[in-house]
Each structure stands twice: as structure tokens, then as C-alpha cells.
Design a protein around this ligand. Sequence first.
Ligand SMILES: [Zn+2]
Length: 328
Amino acid sequence: MKKVAIGAGHGLNTRGKRTPDGEHEWMFNNQIVEATIRRLNDYEGVTILRLDDPTGKRDVPLEERTNKANNWGADILVTVHHNAYDGNWGTHSGTETYTYIGSWPNAEKLAREVHDRVVKAYGLTDRGLKKDNFHMLRESIMPAILVEGGFMDSSIDIKQMRKEAVLQEVGYAVAEGIAAYFSLKKGNSRDIKKGDRVVLKLSASRYATGEVIPDYVKGKTYTVQQVKSDRFLLQEIYSWVEEQDVEIKSRSSSDYDDKWIRSKVDGLRFYNKPSWSDDDVAGYVQKGYGFPVVIQKLKVGNGYQYEVKNSKGSIYYITAHSKYVYLD
Ligand SMILES: [Zn+2]
């Protein structure tokens, strides 16, 4: 089990730590850390300890943070911050990641994995890997990195920092970097597929696109319309949600739900019954045309046919060979 100690820098009300407009640094740091933890939980063989106060109320002292990580026996430590130049809006910009002064190959490897992904997710200038004598890096006994996501007083960076969806992607980037460092494997996908009915959990907080999920859509059952790696498009609310935010309610009865079968060739025969005989031919379909409903796949003679339904509800049979037909 790999042990990851992670914290958002400062507390909600730590003095100073503000954008020129008064936004709190911890808010940015926290959103990233929350997303990192969510995404890390998709992996197996990893356990997480949060070093800051998740409510933000208390600015946990630095010594308490490193003691916590050291006593727990963390394998790595990650702390997330946002930079400041002089507290006035300017065009300085970019992401940088720190390790402790001197040569620390493991910390540097972790920094590289995380930094490159964070730069990509933020889309800001790459200021590179740096070294400094920060408490969190010096007093921790495991490989430790400090990420400075962007500048709070940059008129460029703040635009990205104010987008919840960007902060979420940055959090995921940190998690993917950690996963790459440890070569973690994703947990077994629950194999939710199109047509399945799922319940949106009450604990769900944000759509996959980053917006807050209103309470009235939670706890209800929806149909999965589209699947994209770890996220699902729910038909009734036309919104993408993350895998961990849904629970399966019922499996779709068929693998072919909502799928058309179409011909790849002109003049493809279809039949009145499961048969390959000329006598049972019911008609022909042209290339790109087909049937809106596939019921099942049947073994017919030496090959396979799909039992299909046309728009009027009539049942026919057509070859299932991928040379001639495709599902879409
Ligand atoms: Zn900070």
C-alpha cells in the first residue's frame, strides 16, 4: 500500500495569501487537493492522508504537517500552493514545482511526473522544476514536492484559476502524476455501459465538467447515454458525471441497446427467419442503411445472424459478420 500525504497550503483565513481582488489562496489549493484525492481513489493500492484542515478553518502549522506525514510513514508528500509576485496585478505567469535543495532523485522524479501534467492541465507557462529550502520539503523524511500552480497576482493565471473545471483537471493531473510515479493501477471498473440505469449519489458534488450538481438532481435514477473512460453522459439531465458519483441500479437488458445495425455494402440480404436460404430472403439493404433495433445474436448454420427489428416492429435476420455490417 502506497501512502500519500497531501495538503493544501495555508488555511482559508491565513493572512496575506490573497489575490489582489481578495480571493483566498487556500480555496484554489483546496479545490485541487480535493480533485487529486477523488482521482487517486480510483486507483488500487494507495492510501491518503490529508495534512491541512479540510474545512479550512485551521491553518495547520507546518511542523504539525510534517510530523503527521513522518509519523504516519508516508511514502511521498505533496503540498499545493499558488504563487505571488508583489501583490499587484501583472503579467508574470506560470507553474513551477519545487524539491528540496540538493540532489533528491526520487523527489525529482515525482516532481517531473506531476509538474509536466499540471503544466498541461493549467495551460500556463512552464517555469520548470526548482529547488528551495521550504519547511515542508526540508522536514519531511520522504520524497516531497511543492507545486506552485500559478500566480495569484497574475492577470493571465487568474483567468485559469477562476475556472472550477481547470482546477479540477489540475487536481486530476496531480493524481495521475502520483499514479505514474508509483505505477499504480486503476481499480476494477464497474463496467457500466450505455443503456444501464444508474443512481446519481447524494454525495456527488460536481459534474465531470466541474459545475456544482444541484441537490434536486441527486438521488434519482438516470439512463447512461454515452460512456467515456471514467465518465458517463446521463440522458435525462444531459450532463457528464464521474464514475464514482453513480451507483448501478439496473443493467441494460441488451448489449445492443440504442444501437443501429447498418450495412457496409450495397444489396445485403436480410431474411424472414434465421436462415441463409435464398427462399427466406425478405429483402436487401443498401450501404449505410439498416435496422434501428438489434435484439440478439444467433448462431445460424456455420455463421451468426442478428435478430433485428425495423421501424414498424417487424422482425428480420441479417448477417452479423463484421465484413458486412457494423453497429453504431
Ligand atoms: Zn502558498
